[in-house]
Design a protein around this ligand. Structure first.
Ligand code: SIN
Ligand code: FE2
Length: 203
């Protein structure tokens, strides 16, 4: 049995298959307005293996200059579309936080994509949790302590699962080691979508 770090909650099967399908439609509409693009790492300009977009008043971006939140899509220059109601509802149910989320990062993983261990620490209010939704193919998610190089635990995340990083787990290092291709029929062309809701500014 894997023991998750304190403050890290895994809720398997939070969304029913129908709710997952509805979320995919919501995300299709987001991507139609705010296309997925491939960010690059600060300084090195190495491209990410995931493609990204956002919805909400603010979106998380990475480019040569660094990581930050901004109100406009870096490629189209347009505001990000609003966060779909089902995700606002999820936040109200699980976040245990006084204010609404401002950002929803949309990550799209193809078969070989992954995400290195990192902390989510570009937000001004670390009292708000990060709420994450998995859709589509399964992945191996790794989560550890609040310091780099600490012990880590790996869990398999499936379509419809929700993970909350909050409280003592808010700054837990986490990442995605691999995608398990063709493990879900939700997305016609395969791959994995991860949605992370964040509060960015102090209310
Ligand atoms: C992230 O940390 O931004 C993504 C985590 C995930 O894909 O599950
Ligand atoms: Fe993250």
């Amino acid at each position: 049995m894997n023991v998750l770090p304190r403050g890290v909650r895994h809720m398997p099967g939070w969304f029913t298959t129908d709710a997952q399908r509805a979320l995919v439609e919501d995300i299709r509409a987001v991507v139609a307005a705010a296309p997925l693009y491939r960010p690059v790492m600060p300084r090195t300009e190495k491209p990410f293996s995931v493609r990204m977009t956002n919805c909400g008043a603010l979106g998380w971006v990475s480019d040569k200059a660094g990581y930050r939140y901004q109100p406009l899509h870096p490629v189209t220059g347009e505001p990000w579309p609003p966060i779909p109601p089902a995700l606002m509802e999820l936040w109200r149910t699980v976040a245990n936080y006084e204010a609404e989320p401002e950002a929803c990062l949309v990550n799209f993983y193809e078969d070989k994509a992954k995400m290195g261990l990192h902390q989510d620490r570009d937000e001004a209010d670390l009292k708000a949790p990060v709420v994450s939704v998995s859709l589509g193919d399964e992945c191996l998610f790794r989560v550890g302590e609040n310091t780099r190089g600490g012990r880590t635990t790996s869990i398999r995340l499936m379509s419809g699962d929700v993970v909350v990083l909050g409280g003592e787990g808010r700054l837990a290092f986490h990442g995605v080691d691999r995608i398990y291709p063709s493990t879900s029929a939700l997305l016609k062309k395969g791959g994995r979508i991860n949605l992370t809701l964040r509060r960015v500014t102090k209310p």
